[in-house]
Structure formats: C-alpha cells, structure tokens
Design a protein. Structure first.
Length: 217
C-alpha cells in the first residue's frame, strides 16, 4: 500500500488513476485494458481514497509492477484542472493470508457496487427486506470467491457471510449509468486484508473492505 500526501475526493479517483496510467506509459497492469478491449481479471493495482488522501493498493503481480511508478521520469499528477507533485507519505508492505477459518471476522465495506445489470433486476423484484439481505449476502460470497479466483487462491470449504448493518443505498453514476452503492457491515469466516476491493469497479475504490477492530484487538 502506498499512501500519498496528496488530498483526494472520492469523485477524483478516476482522474488520479488516469494520471498514474499516463506516468507509467499505459502499462496494462495499471488499468486492465488492452487496445480497445478489456482484460477480465481481478485488478492487481487498485486506486483508493484513504482518510482523504490518495492511495494505491498493489497486490500479487501488481507489487512488482509498482516499481515502474517509482521510477517514472516525472513525478507530478493532474487531477482535473489542478496539477501537483505526488508525494509519498508512507509505504506499508504486508503479507496476508486469505483463507476461511472457524471463527468470524467483522468488516465494513464501503461504496460497494453489489449489483450488475442481471442481479439488479432480481434485487428489485424482491419485496421482503430479509430476502433482500439474503440476496446481498449471496452476492458478497460470490464477490469473495471471484476475488480468490483472480488471486489464484483455492477455497476448499464453505464461505459464510452475514450482513449485520446496511445503510440505505445511494444511486451514483458509473460510466454514465446509474448504479446502487451500498455501505455495509458484515461478518465473514474469511480473513481479508484491509482496503482490498470486492464487487464491481474495485480499481476505482469501490467495494473497499476494512476490518472492524474493537478496543480489545
């Protein structure tokens, strides 16, 4: 994880991403595009806003590629109309084991795009709040399995997720289309690293997961 001193608004993350892609001369590890097409893989480099600051999470193969950013010929970024030097505040290296356990861990997930076009229609057909929660819990399990598949992690036991709190969803624009964005608290038997993304548009900071720590942890 690289935390920058530069301040960033949530809506500026795509602009930040575009500026970084320009610095690394279009390396597809930084954007998952190839020519006019899209590379369908879990993003190994994800752009975040953490406590109001720009950040980049590099995972697996993305860690090796992050050196290209550090060695860029120039060190300034353009966010909309403003241009500024990007200054690294700190680099946080970590190794993390993603796997199911007997116990449950508590997490927050923010700005989660849980619903694609198909399951959005199914969700709207559900009238019961309990059934909607069960539906979202299944989506969350599917998101975790997709992430693990992208990271080549084998899951050999059942994953359980239980949503413990959910805010009213917000409708936001993504690529010109309205999307439902959820803020959710949940419990899960899989250990997940802080700031990893689940769901759609994780490279742009959506679906960011953070562990909920109590005062005794």
């Amino acid at each position: 994880m690289i935390i920058f001193e530069n301040k960033l608004q949530l809506w500026e993350i795509p602009l930040f991403r575009g500026s970084i892609i320009d610095l690394v001369e279009g390396d597809d590890m930084y954007h998952n595009h190839q020519g006019d097409g899209y590379i369908y893989r879990y993003p190994m480099i994800q752009y975040k806003r953490i406590k109001g600051q720009a950040a980049i999470l590099a995972i697996d193969d993305g860690v090796e590629q992050i050196g290209k950013l550090m060695n860029a010929d120039r060190h300034h970024i353009k966010i909309g109309e403003r241009e500024e030097d990007f200054m690294i505040q700190r680099i946080i290296p970590s190794n993390f084991l993603i796997q199911p356990w007997e116990s449950l861990f508590e997490y927050h997930i923010r700005h989660w795009f849980a619903l694609n076009q198909e399951n959005h229609a199914k969700y709207n057909e559900i009238t019961s709040l309990v059934d909607r929660l069960n539906f979202l819990q299944k989506v969350l399990v599917g998101n975790i399995l997709s992430m693990c598949k992208g990271l080549k992690i084998t899951i050999d036991r059942e994953i359980t997720c239980e949503i413990t709190h959910i805010n009213d969803p917000m409708t936001v624009k993504y690529k010109g289309n309205p999307m439902m964005s959820f803020d959710v608290d949940f419990r899960c038997n899989v250990s997940l690293p802080d700031y990893i993304g689940l769901g759609k548009a994780v490279s742009l900071g959506h679906g960011t997961v953070v562990r909920a720590y109590d005062n005794n942890q």
